[in-house]
Design a protein around this ligand. Structure first.
Ligand code: URA
Length: 245
């Protein structure tokens, strides 16, 4: 691939703008300034810098964020910050999308990508990628509620039954479970359906990808094993070893 096209593909702007960046000497590869827009590149493990900031060439990007509370999953957020404010313009120019959504007050694992096929594989209703949630509840969690969640509940305006697996009561007001669909406000509605209320919600895991070491508001690029782990469809998310981020 030629240099101007590579820069455009990575989100640095129009072809014309990228040509200008190159001509004014803003691009360095292997310690050398390259001023030829048609310079031919080997993309494998390519590292380059733009105005002395280093980048790695990525055909597609896959990102995990530990979402803080108070951020909405929309580009044009209304009452809160947008999760997209946590990324720089170069990444946003690539057409970064949220993989599914978390409510503004939910924290935890949220993925982003510019790979439409990957997004579809994780969010299509038929794919049943599992997600693990931890929550604090307003009322004490009862054994009847645990059983009702395991057996499944109906949700208004949704077809089918919504059941949780791996339901574990962690404390009087604290619970975690795995869900296998992804409908709007699913966890909060399931808890309301069994007669309780979610006060705090945190997503711990998607597929076999588990949030472990990322601070709130921090994000990382996923490696190949992590990208695959997140699309895993398992009945129980506890049945196989997780991959951590
Ligand atoms: N279920 C909810 O109710 N809210 C979320 O943010 C995610 C799942």
């Amino acid at each position: 691939m030629i240099l101007e096209k590579m820069l455009q593909s990575q989100g640095f702007g129009s072809r014309k703008y990228c040509q200008q960046l190159i001509k004014i000497g803003a691009i360095e590869i292997g310690g050398e300034v390259i001023t030829e827009p048609k310079f031919k590149l080997n993309l494998i493990d390519l590292e380059y810098s733009v105005y002395a900031k280093s980048y790695q060439y990525r055909e597609k990007v896959y990102i995990a964020l530990n979402k803080p509370a108070g951020y909405e999953c929309s580009h044009q957020s209304t009452h809160h910050f947008s999760v997209f404010e946590l990324f720089d313009e170069v990444l946003l120019n690539r057409g970064l999308q949220c993989v599914g959504r978390l409510d503004q007050d939910t924290t935890g694992l949220l993925l982003f990508t510019d790979d439409g096929q990957y997004l579809q594989a994780l969010t299509h209703p038929k794919k049943h990628v599992s997600k693990v949630y931890h929550m604090q509840t307003a009322d004490p969690v009862t054994q009847d509620q645990v059983i009702a969640l395991e057996q499944g509940v109906e949700l208004r305006n949704e077809t089918g039954v919504f059941a949780a697996t791996d339901v574990v009561k962690l404390g009087e007001h604290s619970l975690h479970f795995t869900v296998h669909q992804g409908v709007y406000h699913q966890v909060k509605r399931m808890m309301a359906a069994v007669g309780n209320k979610v006060d705090q919600l945190h997503r711990q895991q998607i597929g076999l990808l588990k949030l472990q070491n990322l601070a709130e508001g921090e994000w990382v690029y996923l490696n190949a094993a992590q990208i695959e782990a997140a699309r895993h469809q398992a009945q129980s998310s506890l049945e196989q070893p997780t991959v951590e981020i």
